[in-house]
Ligand binder design. Sequence first.
Ligand SMILES: Cc1ncc(COP(=O)(O)O)c(C=O)c1O
Length: 390
Amino acid sequence: MSRDPARWSKRSLAAQALGRVDPLTRAIVPPIHVATTYLRDEDNRYSSGYVYGRPDNATVREAEAVIAMLEEAPAGALLFSSGMAAATALFQALEPGDHVVASKVMYWALRNWLAGEATRWGLTVTFVETDNLDALAAAVQAGRTRLVWIETPSNPLWTITDIAAAAAIAHRAGARLAVDSTAASPVHTRPLALGADIVMHAATKVLNGHSDVVAGVLAGRAQDPYWEKLAAIRRQHGAILGPFEAFLLIRGLRTLHLRAAAQARGAMALAERLAAHPRVARVLYPGLPQHPGHDVAARQMEGGFGYMLSIQVSGGEAAAIATAARVGLWKRATSLGGVESLIEHRASIEGPGTPCPPDLLRLSTGIEDPDDLYADLDEALTGAHAADKV
Ligand SMILES: Cc1ncc(COP(=O)(O)O)c(C=O)c1O
């Protein structure tokens, strides 16, 4: 039997969380390390490599190793206390006066932070439709743009940006490309292999998968000064993940491949059926051939198109909100990526200035029976329409 991990697929390695065994007990689930400090050696060194709990925790490092394996990240991975902490670190590592280009359609809280706090701090931010490569190329300024930020598929329209083309545009200008790959998961897209420099996930979502951990992660291509600065920002700001959360994340990662595949299959089945529903004006899902990003998605996504889709409800905003109020199996809540399916009237949470249409419902597909999920939505859509007519 070979003991060389290079022989096994990422799915096998993730299922065993890289196969680590506790050396003391030979337990196949290693312990949760809770110590905040570590003993110095007699010769005044720290030969274990562990000094203090803020930068150093073995359970956190284990979770990072699994994610670095999944993303094939030579620099490794850095876990943060949330997706926002991970994403904002990438911009905080730049200098005032630097220029960044970011997707117009992206996770709303990060867009607001970039337009507000980051801009006040001194970054110049250009928002552009990054699925339009000509517009992206025109927005990037050679020698001045330091970071191009894309999210693909992007919240909540599931717009697709061509990662390889965006990387080429960024690199030509001397900038890095960072990708929020939360909605794709490492199972369906490998941004680093496509040319990105850094991949980010809100690990709160499908990586953990059980709606019980808030976490974020960066996985990097190069262990360069920028990467070191990201590690320093985490250490100095203290935006670290707790050991219990890291343990739960490892546990979630063990079933990632099964969950992501089942959720993507469910999302595809729902998208196809909802596209023919009389109360649905439009389905936004990159797996559908009519989605504007389908061809690029088919090229850069493997084994499925992810677990997120949106529908635009006939009858507008009131009909959309009434539909969300009528579901039973779907849970009417924000967030995404868990094993339970969630439905949300997205414009209600994003507020004024959102590019999200008012009639849009965002659907995060879980692992329930897709027939049940469809039947529940069908009843809610039909019931909301009938109530409107009374
Ligand atoms: C695509 C995407 N990126 C980033 C985030 C931020 O993650 P967190 O809520 O863990 O800070 C979210 C949260 O919903 C998200 O959906």
